[in-house]
Design a protein around this ligand. Sequence first.
Ligand code: EPU
Length: 357
Amino acid sequence: MLVEKNVPLQPFNTFGIAAKAHALVRVSSLEELHSLIAQPGWAGQPRFVLGGGSNVVLTGDVKPLVLKVEIMGRRLLQETPKAWIVEAGAGENWHDFVTWTLDQGYPGLENMALIPGTMGASPVQNIGAYGVELQDRFDSLDAVDLETGREFTLNAAQCAFGYRDSVFKHAASDAAGHTGFGLAGRALIVRVRLALPKPWKPVLGYADLEKKRAEAGGADPTARQIYDWVVAVRRAKLPDPKFVGNVGSFFKNPTVSREQCDDIIQRDPKIVHYLMDDGSVKLAAGWLIDACGWKGKSIGNAGVYERQALVLVNRGTGSTNPADCATGGEVMTLAKSIQTSVYERFGIRLEPEPVVV
Ligand code: EPU
């Protein structure tokens, strides 16, 4: 087992933050993982599981042992009258997998095209876009308990999916010793299986996609068309981490009561809001941040993206001078300043989406 020391993590996080792992091990198979867990000194050793690094803010060098998941492989596991069951190793790139399923003739993931990250990370925050969330296509996953080496399988209910949330985002116990239900830091996801329902039905309704449909003449689209539209919309709105470091939406869209929303509408009639089935109201965090005047602003080398205020960016991506690059500290200072502005103006606390390490 090769333990690499002082490994630069800049290429492994989409924010492009310059931090180092004191020690890093690449895990490319279940066998490797088991031999790692069997090593003396493993028990109780702090560790951090890294997937595509697309949902993490590194605020300094990472002292726990970094497990970089590189378990590959993708296949059609089963075709039933009701679904195609497809499976991928946790290290596979999410978007490449979406493209592969469409190329093979298994539609259903097209609305989630171009989301950065890996298969293994997709259930952690229950990724979603344009009306489809991972939980809508989820079958099951295999994981390994990093304490005991035990392999286990979870279905959707056991993953406790919520909006950008799952059992993998919650600690098993907190600092005060309270026992929680979570698996954060405890489990390493090895494989993910998705069920793509038959017959395929398009998921439209989102304004951006409806606009594309109208432009294309209004006919019912194919899965490939929706894929192309989603890719085009995302490319126009969201920065490509290759050129501008980012982790997608930095905050979750907050939910408020009907009364609270009515109160805000009195003062800000233009507020973007969506009525939810349970009677609550979801607000567009991007709109709230934009309304506070943050679009295009920066603190140090961390900035608010010009075309989508919900996305924080690294202004120094690609620069050869490390002094141009945003630090995790700058990103968090910017995030806190935004939270304060939004709270002072709207009385709403924005909750960050990425994991802060
Ligand atoms: N808006 C503004 N100003 C801004 C940004 C947004 O006024 O600077 C307004 C838009 O005009 C729109 C509304 O806010 O009316 C919502 O914006 P958008 O359609 O871009 O979607 P979002 O709510 O900001 C969410 C997800 C995205 C996902 C899109 C499409 C969250 C936190 N974000 O963004 O997911 O791609 O919907 O489904 O739920 C991610 O999680 O990383 C992510 C990119």
